[in-house]
Design a protein around this ligand. Structure first.
Ligand SMILES: [Zn+2]
Ligand SMILES: [Zn+2]
Length: 427
């Protein structure tokens, strides 16, 4: 089990004295008080690097903190360890005979799950386990059915999942300050935010998949850096949709970054890399192919040749030059911005329309024009393309599919007084 020191709780008898020491003498910043009615305490967090001190002041003589001080005087009350999976941690502790105060997790502040372990099992220290809301989110997403189905006229859309990964929050939001983006996308202790990978199956005249997630050719170190969680991945969700790899006739790339094209190829038992979808033609925009096969110092980290060069070698690659129709009702449109030849996919049938926008609007947090990724090579182009697309999506009431949003697979956009919102679309 991996655990991180989240905070140390200190039972405080004299708040003024505590502030004189921690704030004035040590010069630490004290956050605004938070009431915890269930414990009859007021908590004040004091950030220290990746962890915090938590000053706990009883608001009633009935408070466990008041009782603690009565018995032992002020001092260290508990330590809190943050874990990825609190259920697994508790099960492990139980199996080894630890004495638990909470044998099931319960809700804590900020949407977290918490549980206390008895001091008798921990050398006299009260230990709290905590699973943050964001870890919970992905644990939940992994358990739940990850596929969503939508009808757009005669086209059937199935949003799949290739699991989750994490990218630096600052890089994901370009010039937007952390104080703003962190409210929409809470960062983990390494400042990374959770992102999903949601390839889209389109069934119409033919069966097609747009993008294919990250795939499984990368090293453990790569998975560690990008916080990859693929316990449920593309093949699981494809099977859940009643499909296998050989049902796919067309693989369409929005662009060739590893989180979109990694799943295009697979390493076989002999170590050879070959196309993953054995019957499919792979369609890539020519400009993107040129850029991806000639990466430069800026683009090299995202363009991994093993993800697509083997397609050309296997003779299954088809390059397109323009905004062409891929099959009836399915058209690509170059957006530029993120990469010069990044394209989105427009789906239209019987008066209904949808758009798979890929990295033009990776998550619902990226709806405002200026919320553009630092990764984008031409951010002004991204803003212009997004501005035009959002107006069109609202006017045509398009279903918009978000490839990287960790929570919402698709929704409809609105704009009121310059503020854009999205209403989730159910299956
Ligand atoms: Zn990308
Ligand atoms: Zn991406």
């Amino acid at each position: 089990m991996k655990a991180i020191l989240d905070h140390i709780g200190i039972a405080v008898k004299d708040l003024e004295g505590a502030l004189r020491f921690y704030r004035d003498a040590l010069g630490l910043e004290i956050e605004a008080p938070e009431e915890v009615p269930s414990q009859k305490v007021q908590a004040r967090f004091v950030p220290v690097g990746q962890s915090s001190l938590e000053l706990l002041v009883a608001t009633s003589p009935e408070s466990p903190i008041a009782k603690f001080i009565e018995k032992r005087g002020p001092g260290i009350h508990h330590i809190t360890l943050r874990v990825d999976d609190i259920h697994a941690a508790l099960a492990g502790l139980k199996a080894r005979g630890a004495s638990l105060i909470d044998d099931q997790p319960r809700p804590g502040a900020g949407g977290a799950l918490i549980a206390f372990i008895h001091p008798s099992s921990a050398q006299g220290v009260l230990v709290e386990l905590k699973q943050s809301a964001i870890a919970k989110q992905s644990a939940i997403s992994n358990q739940q059915s990850a596929i969503q189905r939508y009808a757009v006229g005669d086209l059937e859309l199935i949003s799949l999942s290739d699991g989750f990964f994490r990218l630096d929050g600052g890089s994901m939001f370009g010039v937007i300050p952390r104080t703003m983006w962190s409210q929409k996308a809470p960062p983990d202790e390494r400042n990374r935010i959770l992102l999903s990978m949601r390839p889209l199956v389109v069934r119409g005249a033919r069966t097609m998949i747009i993008d294919a997630g990250m795939g499984d050719k990368e090293s453990e170190k790569f998975h560690e850096i990008y916080g990859v969680e693929r316990s449920r991945h593309l093949e699981h969700t494809l099977a859940e949709a009643g499909l296998g790899l050989d049902d796919i006739e067309i693989v369409l790339a929005t662009h060739l970054h590893f989180d979109h094209a990694g799943g295009f190829t697979v390493r076989d038992a002999g170590g050879r890399i070959r196309p993953r979808f054995p019957r499919a033609q792979y369609i890539v925009r020519r400009g993107e192919w040129e850029d991806a096969t000639h990466p430069n110092v800026r683009t090299r980290a995202s363009y991994l040749l093993d993800n697509y060069v083997p397609l050309a070698e296997a003779g299954v690659l088809q390059l397109v030059d323009d905004d062409v129709t891929i099959m009836p009702g399915v058209k690509v449109r170059r957006t530029g911005g993120h990469t010069p030849h990044h394209q989105m996919v427009l789906l239209e049938s019987a008066g209904k329309s949808a758009a798979f926008v890929a990295d033009l609007i990776p998550t619902t947090a990226h709806l405002p024009d200026v919320w553009v990724m630092g990764y984008d090579l031409f951010p002004l182009d991204s803003m212009a393309a997004k501005h035009r697309f959002v107006a069109e999506a609202i006017e045509k009431q398009m279903l918009v599919l978000f490839e990287h949003d960790p929570i919402l697979a698709a929704g409809y956009l609105q704009e009121e007084k310059g503020k854009r919102t999205v209403t989730g679309a159910g299956a």
